[in-house]
Design a protein around this ligand. Structure first.
Ligand code: ADP
Ligand code: MG
Length: 211
């Protein structure tokens, strides 16, 4: 059994679309035929509220859902593990990150969210001191609205200030993704946000194929 790729979506602050994006990413990997483990390591357990149906099961093909970070203590039987860690400021975040190979920082194209990026990157850098295997894969802008002039201006600034970090594509705002908690266990609703996350998932195909 080859070791799985362990990815985490992290942010300094809540409300950046981290949980929604992490779940959609896991769903997308499952759709591509990979065996996926999702680890809801956030003590707020928002991911569980979205992904688990009335029977307490995640019915998505290929996805095994775990409601505690403890599963990361043992080798996991999956191609890819997607982790929803607690906010980076939480005391438990460091341990979770130490179990991870690649971290994706999520943020919004808004002034407050951008200001948190250096602090978030610093937490990753500090964790790397004891766990050099952890790689900062980049910055994923979520819930982007191109029709909002402030967000458009912020994205331009991010291209200037964080060019090397910015990941492709930006994840657009998709109104019906917000309704997910009304239909727990359902797949992410179809739309531009989901499509962008599927495209993002494809970037990992060469690694998952062992290339
Ligand atoms: N791409 C998106 N389009 C529309 N709404 C989104 C999108 N991503 C997340 N949301 C909504 O934004 C809010 C915060 O998202 P969430 O995933 O809980 O963020 P976090 O885990 O960073 O706190 C939720 O109401 C969620 O439904
Ligand atoms: Mg969350």
């Amino acid at each position: 059994m080859a070791e799985p790729l362990i990815l985490a979506l992290a942010s300094h602050k809540g409300g950046t679309g981290r949980t929604t994006t992490a779940l959609t990413l896991a769903w997308a990997f499952g759709q591509s035929g990979h065996s996926v483990a999702f680890v809801d390591a956030d003590e707020q357990h928002a991911a569980s509220l979205l992904a688990l149906n009335a029977q307490g099961e995640c019915p998505w093909p290929g996805v095994r859902f775990h409601t505690t970070a403890d599963v990361l203590k043992k080798p996991m039987d999956a191609d890819v593990v997607v982790v929803d860690p607690p906010a980076l400021t939480a005391p438990t975040a460091a341990w979770v990150l130490q179990q991870v190979h690649g971290v994706i920082l999520t943020c919004l194209a808004d002034p407050m969210s951008i200001r948190t990026v250096p602090a978030a990157a610093a937490v990753i850098e500090r964790t790397r001191a004891n766990h050099p295997r952890l790689e900062l894969l980049g910055l994923l802008v979520c819930m982007y609205r191109a029709d909002d002039p402030v967000q458009a201006a912020m994205l331009t600034r991010m291209h200037q200030a964080h060019r090397d970090l910015l990941l492709d594509p930006v994840i657009p705002f998709q109104a019906n993704l917000r309704d997910w908690p009304m239909r727990p266990g359902s797949p992410p609703a179809e739309g531009l946000g989901r499509e962008a996350i599927v495209t993002f998932a494809h970037h990992f195909e060469p690694i998952l194929a062992g290339a």
